[in-house]
Ligand binder design. Structure first.
Ligand code: NAD
Ligand code: TYD
Length: 339
C-alpha cells in the first residue's frame, strides 16, 4: 500500500510515520507537509533515507500540486493530519485555520474522488464536542454527542468533519474519522501545555497557567493515538467516527506540578495568567466504541508516558532550543508579554 500522510513533519504525524514504517515495512509512506512554523524537517531525519519513505513539501490547499502528486504516486490511503492546531493562535488569527483545516481537507478529498482511494482518514479532535462541566464527572463525549464548538480551531475541525461525512454520503467516498483527546509525547511543539512547561521549567522561566489551572484534559500518549489510527485504517468501518481517549483526566495545575517535581524545580515558578478566551472547562472521551469494535485500549499509563516525555525533552534539547530561538520568540512575547 502507498499511504499519504499529510502534516507528517508535525507532532502526531511524525510519530505516526515512525510507527507505520516500524510496524508495516511492506507499506510505502509519502509525507506531504507545507512546513509551517509547526513543521520541522529535522524531526523526520531518521527516516529520510528509508527507501519506503518520501517527503514532499506541499500545501494541501495547493490543488494542482496535490493532483500532480496523486498522479505520480497513486496512493491507496490518505491520512490527513495537516492542520493549524493551536487554539491560542486560532483566537488571534482564525483565517489560516479555515483555509488549511477546511479547504485543505476539501482539496485532498477532491483528489481522492478524482483518482480513487481505498480510504480517506480524517484526524480530528474531541474539541468538536465543546466542553463538559466540572461538576458532572458522569458525563463523557460519545460519537453521538452533538457538535458544539468553542474556538475558531475547533469550529474549523468540526467543519472539516461535516464535509468529510458529506463526501461519504454524497459521493460515496470511503472515509473514517477519529476524534482524539489531548496528546503528549516526543516532538510536540513547545507552544502546547506539556512541552511549554518542560522547556520553561528547564530554563527557570515562569510557568504560565491560564485562569485557576482547574481545566481538565484527557491526556493520551501519542503512540497510543498512532496505534488507534492504524487499527481504524485496517479494521474500522467506512463512514464511521471513532472517539479515542486515554481515560486519564487531569487538571492543568496538577500536570504542571508533576513536571516541576520531576525536574526538581520549585512550584514558585508557577504564575497564574489571564484566562484563555472561551476556555473549555473539561474534555473527557468515552472510548467504548473503538474498544468494542476494534479492541483498542490506551496502553501507556500517564506516569510512564510523562516520564518518557520529560526524558525525551531532556535528551533532545537541540530540537526544541532551535525552535525557541526562532520565530517562536516573537510569538511568545506577543502571547505572554503582558498577560
Ligand atoms: P502540529 O501543529 O504539531 O502539526 C501540524 C503539521 O501540519 C505541521 O507539520 C505543519 O507544517 C503541517 N501543515 C499545516 N498546514 C499545512 C498545509 N496547509 N499543508 C500541508 N501541511 C500543513 O499538529 P499535531 O498536534 O501533530 O496535530 C495533528 C492533527 O491531529 C491535527 O489535525 C489536529 O487537529 C489533530 N489532533 C491533535 C491533538 C493534539 O493533542 N495535538 C489531539 C487531537 C487531534
Ligand atoms: P493546549 O496544550 O493548548 O491544548 P488544548 O487547548 O487544545 O487543550 O492546552 C492544554 C490546557 O492547558 C488548556 O486548558 C490550556 C492550558 N494552558 C495553560 O494553562 N498555559 C499555557 O501556556 C498553555 C499553552 C495552555
Amino acid at each position: 500500500m502507498t499511504i499519504f500522510v499529510t502534516g507528517g513533519a508535525g507532532f502526531i504525524g511524525s510519530n505516526f510515520i515512525f510507527h507505520m514504517l516500524d510496524r508495516h515495512p511492506e507499506d510505502r509512506i509519502v509525507c506531504l507537509d507545507k512546513l509551517t512554523y509547526a513543521g520541522n524537517l529535522s524531526t523526520l531525519s531518521s527516516v529520510m533515507d528509508n527507501p519506503n519513505f518520501r517527503f514532499v513539501k506541499l500545501d494541501i490547499c495547493d490543488r494542482e500540486g496535490v493532483y500532480r502528486l496523486f498522479e505520480e504516486e497513486h496512493p491507496d490511503v490518505v491520512v490527513n493530519f495537516a492542520a493549524e492546531s493551536h487554539v491560542d493562535r486560532s483566537i488571534e488569527n482564525p483565517e489560516i485555520f479555515l483555509q488549511t483545516n477546511i479547504l485543505g481537507t476539501q482539496v485532498l478529498m477532491d483528489a481522492c474522488r478524482k483518482y480513487g482511494i481505498q480510504r480517506f482518514h480524517q484526524v480530528s479532535t474531541d474539541e468538536v464536542y465543546g466542553d463538559l462541566p466540572l461538576d458532572r464527572p458522569d458525563l463523557f463525549f460519545t460519537e453521538e454527542t452533538p457538535i458544539r464548538t468553542s474556538s475558531p480551531y475547533s469550529a474549523s475541525k468540526a467543519s472539516a468533519d461535516l464535509l468529510v461525512l458529506a463526501y461519504h454520503r454524497t459521493y460515496g467516498l470511503p472515509v473514517t474519522i477519529s476524534r482524539c483527546s489531548n496528546n503528549y509525547g516526543p516532538y510536540q511543539f513547545p507552544e502546547k501545555l506539556i512541552p511549554l512547561m518542560i522547556a520553561n521549567a528547564l530554563n527557570d522561566k515562569p510557568l504560565p497557567v491560564y485562569g485557576k489551572g482547574e481545566n481538565v484534559r484527557d491526556w493520551l500518549y501519542v503512540e497510543d493515538h498512532c496505534k488507534a489510527i492504524d487499527r481504524i485504517l485496517r479494521k474500522g468501518r467506512v463512514g464511521e467516527v471513532y472517539n479515542i481517549g486515554g481515560h486519564n483526566e487531569m487538571r492543568n495545575i496538577d500536570i504542571v506540578r508533576i513536571i516541576c517535581k520531576a525536574l526538581g524545580k520549585p512550584e514558585s515558578l508557577i504564575t497564574y495568567v489571564t484566562d484563555r478566551k472561551g476556555h473549555d472547562m473539561r474534555y473527557a472521551i468515552d472510548p467504548a466504541k473503538i474498544h468494542r469494535e476494534l479492541g483498542w485500549l490506551p496502553e501507556t499509563p500517564f506516569a510512564d508516558g510523562i516520564r518518557k516525555t520529560i526524558a525525551w525533552y531532556l535528551e533532545n534539547r537541540t530540537w526544541w532550543e532551535t525552535i525557541l530561538s526562532g520565530e517562536y520568540r516573537d510569538y511568545y512575547e506577543k502571547m505572554y508579554g503582558n498577560r
